[in-house]
Design a protein around this ligand. Sequence first.
Ligand code: COA
Length: 692
Amino acid sequence: MTSPLRIERAGEIAVVAIDNPPVNALSLAVRQGLLAAILELDADASARAIVLHGAGRLFVAGADVREFDQPPASPLLPELLDRLEACGKPVIAALHGAVLGGGAELALACHYRCGTADLRLGFPEVKLGLIPGAGGTLRLPRLVGVKSALDLMTSGEPVGLGTASALGLIDIIIEREPLEGAVAYARDLLAAGANVRRVRDRPVPQAAGASTAFFQAYRASLPRALRKTMAAEHIVQAVESTVTLPFDAAAARTRELFEACRASTESKALRHLFFAERPARPAASLVRPVASVGVVGAGTMGCGIALAFAQAGIEVTVFDANTSALASGLERLRTMLDSAVQKGRLSDEAAVQAHSRLRPGGSLNDLGRADLIVEAVFESMAVKEQVFRELGAICKPEALLATNTSTLDIDIIANASGRAPNVVGMHFFSPAHVMRLVEVVRGSASAPDSVATAIAVTQRIGKIGVTVGNCFGFAGNRMLQPYGREKESMLLEGATPEQIDRALEQFGMAMGPNAVGDLAGLDIGASARREWKHRPDDARYYRISDLLVERGRLGQKSGRGFYRYEGQDRRPLPDPEVTELIHAEARRLGVPQREIADREIVERCVFALVNEGAHILEEGVAQRAADLDVIWCNGYGFPRTRGGPMFYADTVGLRYVLESIERYGREHGERYWAAAPLLARLAREGGRFSAA
Ligand code: COA
């Protein structure tokens, strides 16, 4: 194996290059090499300064995430960085591209830092359920102050060169080739008689950041979901120890906090998602070029999809058979871009460019030259079949045709086009220009290159594409059915909409299912269920949702659904009228009402979801349990800190999940609670979905 570390000489400057593709992660061999290099150069009188450089397109993207599951191996990063900082001659970090996590901590341990325009410096550990454990919590506050350090570490978001410089993280900006510029900077430093300068020797700026009250207020100011995480809490505690303890004592405390995070289920779950969300890139030979896209349907979904492509630099033609819908769609696109600029998600310039890539189509024929056409018309089989018949007649032969249906049978839609091998499903989630998930649905005739092209273009527009098979609801919405079915049953059995939402939000769901239903429109789900040919013959099935629709309570859009809404305020308010409706319906159906514990609410909803997931895996509709986790965390607001439903089932133990499902079967009937054979087998064998 070639060494991931090289030492080169530029006169009296020694250049240490970390060369560990693809992202120069600080794996064991890199740490060993770096320690050896520092020891050697510290003792070498011919080297007067050391430049630390990352070979390739970035400096260092952090610790090697794969190593967090293994026992720690020496030299540990904190020890290595302490030794590097102790070096007797100036060490200069030549920063370019990504400088993340352990890479940023490495930079802080150096005595000087220079950076180029493409710099992205940040501490994403919190997104892996970890704290910066190699001196970040000790050195960053000393450099940028307590408040800015906390902001950087709890958000996990990287900053660019401008902010890094303004914060004092960068000493000098390099406007030429990174390494050449860094070596020149090192020479200037030597010429000016500069010496070592250690961040650990600086005092911690005490100003506003010293008091217990400050840290309490800081915790309270964190976003709700983050405030509850162990990682964010431990970051705050680590910085508190930096403020109150000497460097080495605070370092020891930080180590304990880091280890507690590393061993936590929260961090294991987030690490699981880190890898699950990086699916293999399709073979280049299978991927067809996509330079232009046509979108059919200028409703909310069509506009979101069009914008997602336009923002990623792809030309888009939008067509809608209804000319006034097209006009309002174009208006909506402008509003969406303006709002993205206002929210700081997009620069003015990027918005102008995205807008210039969007054009209206006068007729469907204007989509004839597009490489990819995404259909996003009304969710009705008859309408979709008609669109695909027309697309089949006008599109160029190699065009990829995709339907954005969320539940309908792809094969029927594909057959209507007369070119089924070129048809796939691309199920975007609303709002499509923001949500990262796309289910790429493989029909029975979809050609491998069609699926590969769909996945590749999804990745190109910055989204996560998961390939799933064709069945009602595919993977995500199919799992949603039993999840919703249980919450609907529990409404009849005596839980209120607000109790159910509160219990599931406490569990970590971004929103409770009743509030979600109100947001999406209860009529949408009701009409999808009507199209489902396997709908159970059961008077209780989704009875409350259907009843609310019958009463004209469609959700937020009609001001009333499971909750009531006042004016423009989207806050759900409990509605006694709904409680009354539910009581009366339970009486009519002969369902006795009772107190239901929050724990039962969570278990019945989540285990029903898991059981359906097991069926989906067995049938080959999804290939890996991790894919279902990715789908539910990115499309349905499942808590990332629990790793997704299948990973969560693994962590509570499949035996427990099986026993609970069997118990619910005895209490509520086998009809819905028959355990999936895969789940039963894994539970018996002591297995896990993530290892299956
Ligand atoms: N440890 C181990 N592997 C890593 C890694 C890390 N810290 N960061 C990235 N990788 C791997 C990816 O899994 C991927 O592997 P694969 O090709 O086998 O799928 C490969 O490096 C390339 O990463 P990818 O994300 O596809 O490249 P990119 O160019 O799109 O993005 C980064 C590069 C650095 C911006 C991005 O990889 C990233 O944000 N990494 C995470 C950094 C992080 O969280 N560091 C803190 C660790 S505590």
